[in-house]
Design a protein around this ligand. Structure first.
Ligand code: SAM
Length: 218
C-alpha cells in the first residue's frame, strides 16, 4: 500500500539514497538503452515507483497493481522534480495505471517502442501486445524474465548492459550469455528448474551475467 503523496519520497529513499544506490537505480542502463534504440514511448509494467526511466525518456507509462499506486503518482512535486533532473529538452510526460498488467486490454496500451521488465514477473510474455513491432524489451533476470525472452523466438538479444556503463552488443560476445557455468545453453527445462528458486539459489547459474538485457521484438 502506497500513501497518496509519497511516490517521490519513496523513490528517492528506495532508489537514490539507500545502500542499493546506483546499481539499483539503473540510470546507466537506461542511458545506454536510449543511446542504442532511442524509443519514443516507454511502458514499464510492474514499475512500483522506479521513476528513473523518466529522467532519460520523455514519455513513460508506469503500471503497477499495488494499492494506492495511481494516487501516489499524481503528487505535484513528482513532476517538478523530474523536470528539474531530466536529461532531455521535451516536457516530462508521465502516466500511471493502477492495474494488474495482464488484465489491461491490449488495445488500450499498444505501440510502445520500449517495454521495461525489472523484477516484476513474466512481463515479456504477458505484456507482449503492448510492444510495437521492431520495438525493444529491456529486462533483467531478477524474476527470470530475461531468460524467458531469450527462449522466446519473438525476441532477439541485441545488448547486455551494466549499470556502470559497460555495453556488449557484439554478436559473438552476446553468445556467451545465457550459457551455464558448465557450458550448457539455456533451455526451457533449465528455466523451469531455476524458477523453483530465487536467482541466488538457481540450479543453473549463468557463466556471464549483466544488470539488464535488451531484446528486439520480432
Ligand atoms: C519487486 S517490485 C520491482 C519494482 C521495480 N520494477 C524494480 O525493479 O525496482 C515488483 C513490483 O511489480 C508489481 N507487480 C507484480 N506483478 C504485477 C502484475 N501482475 N501487475 C502489475 N504489477 C505487478 C508489484 O506490485 C511490485 O510493485
Amino acid at each position: 500500500m502506497l500513501r497518496q503523496t509519497d511516490a517521490l519520497t519513496t523513490y528517492l529513499r528506495e532508489y537514490r539514497e539507500t545502500v542499493h544506490s546506483h546499481a539499483h537505480d539503473l540510470l546507466g542502463v537506461f542511458r545506454a538503452t536510449r543511446a542504442l534504440v532511442g524509443p519514443q514511448r516507454v511502458a514499464y509494467p510492474g514499475s512500483f515507483v522506479h521513476l528513473t526511466p523518466s529522467l532519460v525518456f520523455p514519455q513513460v507509462c508506469y503500471i503497477d497493481s499495488v494499492k494506492g499506486f495511481g494516487a501516489s503518482m499524481q503528487c505535484s512535486d513528482l513532476k517538478l522534480w523530474l523536470e528539474a533532473h531530466k536529461e532531455y529538452t521535451e516536457p516530462v510526460s508521465l502516466s500511471a495505471i493502477e492495474a494488474a498488467y495482464a488484465r489491461i486490454p491490449p488495445e488500450l496500451l499498444a505501440g510502445f517502442g520500449l517495454m521495461v521488465s525489472l523484477n516484476a514477473g513474466p512481463v515479456s510474455q504477458e505484456c507482449k501486445p503492448f510492444l510495437a513491432l521492431g520495438g525493444h524489451l529491456l529486462a533483467n533476470d531478477g524474476h527470470y524474465d530475461a531468460a524467458r525472452a531469450q527462449l522466446d523466438t519473438d525476441y532477439t538479444l541485441v545488448a547486455a548492459l551494466n549499470a556502470g556503463g559497460a555495453i556488449e552488443t557484439d554478436e559473438e560476445g552476446l553468445r556467451h550469455y545465457f550459457v551455464s557455468s558448465r557450458g550448457q545453453s539455456l533451455t526451457h527445462e533449465m528455466l523451469a528448474e531455476n524458477q523453483r528458486r530465487p536467482p541466488s539459489r538457481a540450479r543453473y547459474k549463468m557463466a556471464r551475467v549483466a544488470d539488464a538485457f535488451l531484446f528486439r521484438f520480432k
